[in-house]
Design a protein around this ligand. Structure first.
Ligand code: CMC
Length: 436
């Protein structure tokens, strides 16, 4: 952290002594005021529910400029990574800080590829779920259960354990997601095949059966790989902060990542892709493009409780750069599959256009986010809607583990322990039950 020459002074209107607070500069982005000594010196906490103005950590992995609509992984713009790199190169970048050269890539791919199988006992664990369980319920259980199977990589304070847990998690997520899918449709699990790419192997585990193999189209394989790249990390969002907070107690990496999966499930976060597609299908059922005006009217009515899913973002107050890339991929996939006249895609385009011109959305700087288009791409590929968030979890695992490992390796790391403004009852006396 680079100290700034400028200091902040906190003063109080009741004449209590003022306090000088150091300011630190990042490489880019807003400076931060260091309030760590605030409680010790003033007996006061800061109040910031939802972390609207609070930097919870010092990180060098991902940077977002929400006003510009810019996303950088380790300094590289997402647009360049999406076009020039594949997902496993992006994983290497996020985990180790640099894009791999040819030898490093080959060694990394080889390591990940040779950890794709899961312990056979996991099959029995999975069989304990109802077949109609939501895939995210299953994934929360399966990822947490990895800690019961891989005892040699559960010590978060051991750098070698952290490294092997990272590789295992990245390698096994596609296997677990496809197992959750196969289980839900009553088909046999398909084992990973090591001569396929990361995305290609996932598609085959999803769609092959023991009776018929599955050949992946290069356009679809690339589209899925791009979905993975675009979702790989997004700095201190809710699920990543959950992983950090959970891991800060020293729990094992699999348990911390399972906490991230659970957080991602919510419709305000990763669950938005599923919710966005369900919303489009609902509008379509009610009459399609002609019903957009009526739907937008409901979204603008605060009493309706209806939001335009796939729109808005806490940080982006401009077009989400991932949405732009996903929109492009959407066109490519629909063309490849001969679905360019897909009514849901047309509806999404019309909805986007109307929302972008509407004062309500313009005034609040609400733009489409990545989830607005990723659902359409996944649905076109044949992925069931209920599995969308599990695919997001698959892709985000590398970000979670990179952020967790960064936190543990930081000499300033402490268990996360927020404070509170207490507004409950003042101390009182318990009365015997007959007098209450
Ligand atoms: N539809 C209608 N109004 C909205 C929407 C929306 N999608 N998003 C925000 N607003 C309104 C909100 O009601 C508020 O209006 P007002 O100022 O009149 O009270 C204003 O815009 C500011 O919104 P906010 O709720 O203060 O913003 P936030 O930063 O707390 O919420 C969000 C961000 C993503 C939770 C929210 O925009 C939302 O719920 N969007 C829909 C769900 C969604 O698409 N989530 C995916 C996020 S991207 C993927 C990921 O990273 O997980």
């Amino acid at each position: 952290m680079t100290p700034s020459d400028v200091k902040a002074t906190l003063s109080f209107s009741d004449g209590s002594p003022s306090m000088e607070l150091p300011i630190y500069k990042g490489t880019i982005g807003p400076e931060v005021i260091d309030i760590r000594k605030l409680y010790g010196q003033t007996g006061k906490f800061t109040y910031d529910p939802g972390f609207l103005s609070t930097a919870s950590c010092n990180s060098s992995i991902t940077y977002i400029d929400g006003d510009k609509g810019e996303l950088l992984y380790r300094g590289y713009p997402i647009e360049q990574l999406a076009v020039n790199c594949d997902f496993l190169e992006t994983c290497h970048l996020l985990l180790y800080g640099e894009l791999p050269n040819v030898e490093q890539k080959s060694s990394f791919v080889n390591r990940v590829t040779h950890h794709t199988m899961v312990n056979e006992q996991m099959h029995f664990f999975l069989r304990g779920f109802r077949r109609d369980a939501h895939p995210m319920a299953v994934m929360t259980g399966l990822v947490g259960a990895l800690s019961a199977f891989y005892h040699d990589s559960t010590d978060i304070n051991n750098a070698e354990h952290r490294e092997i847990a990272a590789i295992r998690l990245i390698a096994k997520m596609p296997t677990l997601v496809s197992m959750a899918y196969k289980y839900s449709v009553g088909q046999p699990f398909i084992y990973p095949k090591n001569d396929l790419s990361y995305a290609g192997n996932f598609m085959r585990m999803m769609f092959a059966t023991p009776c018929e193999d599955f050949t992946v189209s290069p356009v679809i394989e690339r589209a899925l790989d791009r979905i993975f790249i675009l979702h790989a990390d997004h700095e201190q969002n809710a699920s990543t902060s959950t992983v950090r907070l959970c891991g800060s107690s020293g729990t094992n990496p699999f348990a911390a990542i399972a906490a991230g999966v659970a957080c991602l499930w919510g419709p305000a976060h990763g669950g938005a892709n599923e919710a966005a597609l369900n919303m489009l299908e609902d509008i379509q059922r009610q009459g399609g493009v002609e019903k957009i005006g009526e739907f937008i009217g409901k979204v603008k009515d605060k009493n309706s409780g209806i939001k335009l899913m796939g729109f808005g973002h806490r940080v982006y107050k401009n077009y989400d750069p991932r949405a732009k890339l996903m929109r492009e991929t959407c066109h490519e996939v629909l063309n490849e599959l001969g679905l360019h006249n897909d009514p849901l895609f047309k509806l999404a385009m019309a909805l986007e256009k109307i929302a972008l011109e509407d004062d309500y959305f313009v005034a609040r700087k609400l733009y489409p986010n990545v989830d607005f288009y990723s659902g359409i791409v996944q649905r076109a590929i044949g992925i069931p809607v209920s599995l969308f968030t599990a695919i997001f979890a698959l892709a985000r695992t590398v970000g979670w583990i990179a952020q967790l490992n960064e936190m543990i390796a930081d000499p300033e790391y402490k268990i996360g322990r927020p404070r509170q403004l207490f507004s409950g009852a003042a101390p009182r006396t318990v009365k015997p039950i007959g007098e209450r």
